[in-house]
Design a protein around this ligand. Structure first.
Ligand code: DQA
Length: 148
């Protein structure tokens, strides 16, 4: 089972960028923790980050057929990325949207996600831990587990 982990614009600067909202971990740090968790869960990950919406759309078009799910932090594309939304929708895969910060406690323009309505769910406000929770829940959902 392969899960795509996609990060949008400016997330390549994690660790340096606005640490009060996004924490001090770099994207490489987050990817390392995710790889460890993926090993425990027995799943494969493929990472992709781009500052360009078109490149993310092309990546999703190429890779979705060989994947079982998508975990995405769309960065600012969250708020206006309609071609990203279409590409995610066309993938026909389960999607979890992740944010490091709680977008609902920030500026008004950040409080709307055009991606969330096509996702299974959204996790935000728990910095890098959100990605790990998303992976755990994604795999659990794909395996049809019931945590009750
Ligand atoms: C973000 C929130 C977005 O509003 C912002 O543009 C980002 C990061 C987050 O992870 O909290 O780039 O997606």
């Amino acid at each position: 089972m392969k899960i795509l982990i996609v990060n949008g614009p400016n997330l390549n600067l994690l660790g340096k960028r606005d640490t009060s909202h996004y924490g001090s971990k770099t994207l490489a740090d987050i990817q390392m923790v995710l790889l460890r968790k993926a090993g425990d869960l027995g799943v494969e990950l493929e990472f992709f980050q781009s500052n360009s919406e078109g490149e993310i759309v092309s990546f999703l078009q190429q890779k979705s057929t060989s994947a079982s799910g998508i975990i995405i932090n769309p960065g600012a594309l969250t708020h206006y990325g309609l071609s990203l939304r279409d590409a995610l929708c066309d993938s026909d895969l389960p999607i979890i949207e992740v944010h490091l910060s709680n977008i609902y406690s920030r500026e008004e323009w950040r409080q709307k996600s055009v991606i969330a309505p096509i996702c299974k769910g959204q996790i935000g406000g728990f910095s890098h831990k959100g990605y790990i929770c998303a992976l755990e829940i994604m795999v659990s959902e794909l395996k049809g587990e019931d945590w009750g």
